[in-house]
Design a protein around this ligand. Sequence first.
Ligand code: DAT
Ligand code: MG
Length: 153
Amino acid sequence: TNQERSFFMVKPDAVQRGLVSEIIGRFEKRGYKIVAMKMVTPSRELIEAHYDDLRSRPFFEGLCKYMSSGEAPVVAFVVEGKGIIKVGRDMIGVTDPLKSAPGTIRGDTGVSIGMNSIHGSDGVEGAASEIPLWFSQDEIANWNKTADKWIYE
Ligand code: DAT
Ligand code: MG
């Protein structure tokens, strides 16, 4: 299906460094359709819910503090298109930017695991819970991308 959706977020470090368009542009360039996007200064509660499955990890507290510090907002966005959940993760690179291949977002933008530029849903379940956590139905644009006929054969 060409209607698969995944959730992404430009993290505070990348917003501070002026990498928003560089990062979101990669998804547009690939031919994917952006169906929702907003800048948010996330609350501690929202970040805890977002990273709920990492609660038992030693870095959880630091992660939540960092993401909800308010020193910079995040840019949350939803991307739609063929294979986006898996391809999105491949475009991002692995969790540690030092281990991410050049050409990936993390491999091209950072060196620190905690400031790794972008979040992307890690699977079908993650995407299904993260999209409604961050966006209400009326914040999602159901638009027809006419360029799709030059993207999908
Ligand atoms: P990913 O963002 O690649 O899906 P994750 O879901 O395992 O990685 O972890 C969420 C975020 O938590 C990750 O982007 C950065 C931070 N993090 C993960 N492992 C960490 C570690 N060992 N030390 C510090 N921060 C870490
Ligand atoms: Mg993850």
